[in-house]
Design a protein around this ligand. Structure first.
Ligand code: HEC
Ligand code: HEC
Ligand code: HEC
Ligand code: HEC
Length: 440
């Protein structure tokens, strides 16, 4: 080959390489640049907690966030799980306990709920209900948690907001701001600022969609994560600090109460192990005009399966939906069996507990088994998604809960018979549980 031709070939190759690299880079980065918008107006520290201040810069995200007001359904948990009323007897949960609805409603809902729910724990109950909370905790310090409910609630105007999840100068950077979450991660020696982008797309939700308890005396919202995130490790933690949330008035058992453990169940699920984030399913990319944005209308991903699921799954939508429904149905069936098992435990312990001459040690052991068993099953019952986020662990925890409660019932029955008492009639409960199953 002549020198000049060689030179031309090298030049041509260089052009080809440049074009290929250019196209690839375009494919790779184009997706991201498409999402970028020019910032019109810097968001000031005085306004950062107010969604309205972000509206001019990010109208499409703002509009999609506002759509959460269309997600209005929040039926009572008691409609589908009547046994919860007995499980929670002695706490505010027995007065009123609803399924969640759109993010736009959180302030309305805490203001409308039966006062028994927040009265015992005061201001602390507002902690996951507003973008203004991180600022208020900074202002009042840990005193915030034990202040009067209204003293805090009356100051709240904004629900969860842009500020909860975004840096003010650049919203393509996610921010983590909820103090109880940051403290819990620090206690586990996890530096959340080091988390990669995909992980942050889950951690922003984990700021609130997790379980917690109120520390005795200070009322401080704290996550029981020191031993790990599973129900088993949480029980271990609660036992190690000798914590009891309330004593069940009928059974006398020292109980603990889990809350919406979406993050904890999602951890170590099939999807999490595959690198999927909460936002992948709940905040999928949507086209708005010629712009592509992350949907901020968080709700059921089953309403957006094309964008939420079929980006990864090759199966048909119907097949996939069938899988979800069958997981949820199996979870609910097991929940109903768990509800029947714990009902028997409570009714049997109610008789055993005060029986003259009863073996107190046996009763105490049965009450401890009830504590553990109810915790396992309650974790699944109160975690949103009806088992979908982690089917395997949900089934396993329900099975464990059923076993522990059956063991508690057996022990309490023994104690009753040994003391010459009469076993309670549980046939009405069995009938009730059976009826509930046929309803579905
Ligand atoms: C500041 C706390 C907070 C953060 C952060 C948060 N949520 Fe929520 N979320 C809530 C509360 C409180 C509710 C219940 C609102 C109600 O029922 O009034 C809720 C409700 C929901 C619902 C139920 C919606 C419906 O229509 O039934 C979904 C789904 C949800 N959140 C998903 C997410 C996802 C995904 C993230 C992260 C991208 C997230 N949330 C971040 C507090 C938060
Ligand atoms: C519960 C957390 C949460 C809240 C509240 C929230 N966002 Fe986002 N937002 C996200 C997540 C997650 C992404 C995706 C970021 C990523 O992939 O890096 C995102 C992305 C964005 C982006 C980047 C472009 C895009 O659409 O992906 C903008 C701009 C944005 N949000 C604006 C807002 C505005 C404005 C508000 C308030 C009205 C808001 N966000 C409220 C979690 C939130
Ligand atoms: C692989 C997809 C996927 C991922 C990842 C995922 N979810 Fe879900 N989520 C679902 C599905 C499906 C449902 C059930 C919706 C239904 O029954 O209508 C659901 C339900 C929920 C609900 C209840 C919604 C309602 O309408 O009652 C909440 C809250 C929630 N998820 C939060 C989260 C949080 C927080 C994360 C991350 C820790 C997460 N989800 C991760 C798919 C997902
Ligand atoms: C980012 C990719 C991704 C997204 C988005 C995603 N999945 Fe998956 N999903 C996976 C992977 C990977 C697996 C594990 C491998 C497999 O079983 O195919 C999986 C497994 C599953 C399974 C079987 C495992 C189990 O837990 O029983 C179901 C059912 C499922 N996904 C449903 C959904 C639904 C419904 C959605 C949307 C709401 C969704 N997925 C969104 C990647 C994804």
């Amino acid at each position: 080959m002549k020198g000049r031709n060689k030179g031309a070939l090298v030049a041509l190759s260089a052009v080809v390489v440049a074009v290929v690299v250019g196209v690839c880079a375009g494919l790779f980065f184009g997706h991201n640049t498409e999402l970028k918008q020019s910032v019109i107006k810097p968001i000031s520290a005085q306004e950062q907690e107010n969604n309205e201040a972000w509206k001019a810069n990010y109208p499409a995200q703002y509009a999609s966030f506002e759509k959460t007001i269309e997600n209005t359904e929040n039926p009572s948990h008691f409609d589908s799980r009547p046994y919860m009323k007995l499980m929670y007897k002695g706490t505010g949960y027995a007065a009123e306990f609803n399924e969640p609805r759109g993010h736009a409603f959180m302030l309305d809902d805490i203001r409308e709920i039966d006062e028994k729910r927040w009265a015992p724990k005061q201001a602390a109950c507002n902690t996951c209900k507003s973008s203004q909370i991180p600022g208020l905790i900074e202002k009042y310090g840990d005193k915030y948690y034990s202040m009067d409910f209204h003293k805090i609630n009356d100051q709240l105007e904004n629900t969860v907001g842009c500020y909860n999840c975004h840096e003010t100068d650049n919203p393509s950077e996610l921010a983590l701001r909820q103090p109880p979450f940051l403290e819990a991660m620090k206690a586990r020696e996890i530096d959340v600022q080091d988390a990669g982008r995909q992980e942050k797309r889950t951690l922003v939700c984990a700021q609130c969609h997790v379980t917690y308890y109120f520390q005795p005396e200070t009322n401080k919202v704290t996550f029981p994560w020191k031993e790990g995130l599973t129900p088993e490790e949480q029980i271990k933690y609660y036992d190690s600090i000798n914590f009891t949330e309330w004593v069940h008035p009928d059974s006398g058992s020292p109980l603990i109460k889990p809350r919406h453990m979406e993050y904890e169940y999602f951890k170590n699920s099939t999807h999490e192990s595959a690198g999927v984030s909460c936002a992948d399913c709940h905040m999928p990319y949507m086209k708005v005009g010629n712009q592509k944005i992350s949907s901020h209308n968080v709700g059921s991903p089953l309403d957006t399966m094309d964008q939420s699921c079929l980006t990864c799954h090759r199966e048909s939508k119907d097949w996939l939906l069938g899988r979800v429904k069958s997981i949820q149905k199996q979870t609910k069936n097991m929940e109903d069996r768990a509800g029947a098992a714990v009902t028997e435990t409570i009714k049997t312990l109610a008789v055993a507990k005060d029986l003259p001459g009863v073996d107190k040690d046996k009763v105490t052991r049965a009450q401890r088994l009830h504590r553990e068993g109810q915790y396992y099953m309650d974790c699944v019952m109160v975690t949103n998604g009806f088992g979908f986020h982690n089917p395997q662990q949900s089934y396993a925890d329900l099975a464990k809960g059923i076993d522990l409660c059956q063991e508690a019932t057996k022990l309490a029955q023994q104690a009753i018979l040994e003391a010459g008492g009469t076993l309670p009639d549980l046939s009405a409960d069995a009938e009730e549980a059976g009826k509930n199953k046929e309803d579905k």
